[in-house]
Design a protein around this ligand. Structure first.
Ligand SMILES: [Zn+2]
Length: 292
C-alpha cells in the first residue's frame, strides 16, 4: 500500500521535468500549446473515445498501451485526462481508472502516483511560459485576467476554464487568492452567453492572428467568432453570420475548414469532430458520408 506521506515538492519536480522532456521530444517549445491527443498518439499509445459513464479516463498497459477517454466529457477535461493517463504510462503505474471531482487535483490527492500524474498533465498542457504568452500576445495581463480572457486563453491551450484558473493560482502563483475566488465564481456558461448572445451547448472560441502553433479544434455545436478582416473557408463545416465586425460561425458538421489573413502571412486549420464521438482519436475529424 502506498504511503500517504510523501514529498510533494520532490514529486512535483520529477513530474515537471518529465513534462518538459516530453514537450521537447514532441517538438514543442515551452511557450507553445500542445495538441495533446495527436502528440500522445505519436508515442505509440492508442487513444480511444468510449462511452464511459462513471470514469473520466483509464489507462491500460496492454500492447499497444491504450488510453480510454469518456466521450461525453467536455474537450478541455478530456485533454487533461489524456495527459494524466499518459503520465501513468510513462511512470509505469499500471492500470488506472480515474474520475476527477474538481479542478484542484494537484493539492488534494493522497496517492502519490495520482499527484505525479496531475502535476505532469498541468506542466505538459499549461507551463508558465505558454500561459503567460497566451495572455500577453493578446495584450492581457496574466496576473490580473478577466474571466473572458481566461476563457479565450484556455481554448488556445486546449484546457478547460476551471483548469486554467487553478493553474494560474495553485501551481503558477500568478494571481491572488482574491482573484482566484472571483474567477472561480464565474461559470463558462455565463461567459458563453455574454459572447454569443445565446445559450450555447458547446464552446465559443475567439480566433484571430494570435491563434498560433496549433490547429483550431472544435466540436459540432461550438461557435467560432472571427474578425471580418480575416478570410474564412468553412462552408463544409459551419453556418456563418456576419455581425458587428465579426463572422459568427456555428459549427454544424465534422470535417476541416481554414481561416487565414488576406496576405496569407497567417492561417490556421479548423478541425471539427462530432460531439460525443466514439472511436480512435485519429479519426475524430473525418467527415460523415453524404446520404445516398
Ligand atoms: Zn490517475
Amino acid at each position: 500500500m502506498k504511503s500517504r506521506i510523501y514529498n510533494r515538492t520532490g514529486l512535483a519536480v520529477v513530474a515537471a521535468k518529465a513534462a518538459y522532456h516530453w514537450r521537447r521530444t514532441l517538438g514543442h517549445a515551452a511557450w507553445a500549446p500542445v495538441s495533446v491527443f495527436d502528440d500522445i498518439r505519436k508515442t505509440g499509445v492508442q487513444i480511444r473515445f468510449v462511452d464511459l459513464t462513471n470514469v473520466d479516463g483509464l489507462y491500460s498497459s496492454t500492447m499497444p498501451p491504450a488510453i480510454l477517454l469518456g466521450a461525453h466529457r467536455p474537450v478541455g477535461r478530456q485533454s487533461f485526462t489524456c495527459a494524466h493517463e499518459f503520465a501513468h504510462h510513462l511512470f509505469e503505474h499500471g492500470v488506472r481508472f480515474d474520475k476527477f471531482e474538481s479542478c484542484e487535483p494537484a493539492t488534494s490527492k493522497l496517492d502519490p502516483d495520482e499527484f505525479v500524474a496531475d502535476m505532469f498533465a498541468a506542466c505538459l498542457l499549461m507551463p508558465k511560459a505558454a500561459v503567460c504568452r497566451g495572455f500577453r500576445m493578446r495584450g492581457w495581463n496574466p496576473s490580473g485576467p478577466s474571466p473572458t480572457e481566461v476563457y479565450h486563453v484556455s481554448h488556445w491551450l486546449g484546457v478547460s476554464y476551471d483548469a486554467l484558473v487553478c493553474q494560474l493560482r495553485l501551481t503558477l502563483n500568478l494571481i491572488s487568492v482574491r482573484d482566484y475566488k472571483a474567477l472561480s465564481r464565474v461559470t463558462p456558461a455565463e461567459i458563453k452567453l455574454h459572447l454569443s448572445g445565446t445559450k450555447c451547448p458547446g464552446e465559443v472560441l475567439s480566433v484571430d492572428e494570435n491563434w498560433v502553433d496549433r490547429p483550431i479544434d472544435c466540436q459540432v455545436n461550438d461557435y467560432i467568432i472571427i474578425p471580418r478582416h480575416l478570410l474564412i473557408d468553412v462552408s463544409r463545416v459551419a453556418e456563418v453570420v456576419a455581425r458587428d465586425g465579426f463572422f459568427h460561425c456555428k459549427v454544424i458538421k465534422p470535417g476541416l475548414g481554414r481561416v487565414f489573413s488576406q496576405d496569407n502571412s497567417w492561417g490556421a486549420f479548423i478541425r471539427v469532430s462530432r460531439r460525443g464521438y466514439l472511436g480512435l482519436s485519429e479519426f475524430r475529424h473525418m467527415e460523415e458520408a453524404e446520404d445516398e
